[in-house]
Ligand binder design. Structure first.
Ligand code: ATP
Ligand code: MG
Length: 207
């Protein structure tokens, strides 16, 4: 599961756990992007902080791991490079799935070399408020849309954007993200109002 994870929250964790259980996955690897392909770098929290928050959030789940593949790779983070690297690490027997939310899969046509990406791995998409998975065919074409499996779970209306806005406004984020992530945000003074403008319309390749 790739993402900016700025910060990771229960929407990510619920989608990942549902994918793991429904598709009997041996492992879910969270891959925080290093340098988002489309987001303005200065608006994004340093990769090490986003990585640390993923580590804290997944600690209690024995099937969840985190990878530094994109954090350690210089240049913009393209999902296609990551999937190829991951497959190389795992060997030819591994079956690789890419877990996304509905918004990300509907935008995949804009991602770098998305044709190869859709051929390299299987896609699992979780529903997300505001993004209608019935539009998949319209967005990807019938053939490609058929390659995407969808999860059935209640929509979780949590986003990192909302969490950042809440922290900036001094509002509570309790129960939106695991408590250790919340404490880390406080400790590192993340998402305070002085941080600079957000770029809500942009999306990263891996998100
Ligand atoms: P931002 O608001 O900064 O874009 P985000 O909440 O969308 O953050 P990302 O890191 O961009 O989180 O998302 C990583 C992946 O997780 C994407 O595939 C996204 O669609 C998915 N995702 C994020 N939040 C949810 C959610 N609440 N339900 C289902 N999928 C989600
Ligand atoms: Mg997003």
């Amino acid at each position: 599961m790739g993402g900016t994870f700025d910060p990771i929250h229960y929407g990510h964790l619920i989608a990942a756990e549902e994918a793991r259980s429904r598709f009997k996955l041996d492992e879910v690897v969270f891959i925080p992007c290093g340098q988002p392909a489309h987001k303005k770098p200065y608006a994004v929290t340093p990769a090490e902080d986003r990585y640390a928050m993923v580590v804290l959030a997944i600690a209690s789940n024995p099937w969840f791991t985190v990878s530094r593949l994109e954090v350690d790779r210089p240049g913009p983070s393209y999902a296609i490079d990551t999937i190829r690297q991951l497959k190389e690490q795992l060997g030819p027997e591994a079956e690789v799935f890419f877990i996304t939310g509905a918004d990300a899969i509907l935008e995949i046509a804009t991602w770098h070399d998305n044709g190869s990406l859709l051929r390299e791995c299987q896609f699992i998409a979780a529903p997300r408020p505001g993004s209608d998975l019935r539009r998949l065919e319209e967005a990807l074409g019938r053939e490609r849309a058929a390659l995407v499996q969808t999860l059935h779970l209640p929509c979780v209306e949590i986003s990192s954007t909302d969490i950042r806005a809440r922290v900036a406004a001094g509002d509570s984020i309790r129960y939106l993200t695991p408590e250790p992530v919340e404490s880390y945000i406080v400790k590192r003074h993340l998402y305070r109002a002085s941080r600079g403008p957000e770029h809500e319309t942009a999306s990263s390749d891996a998100d």
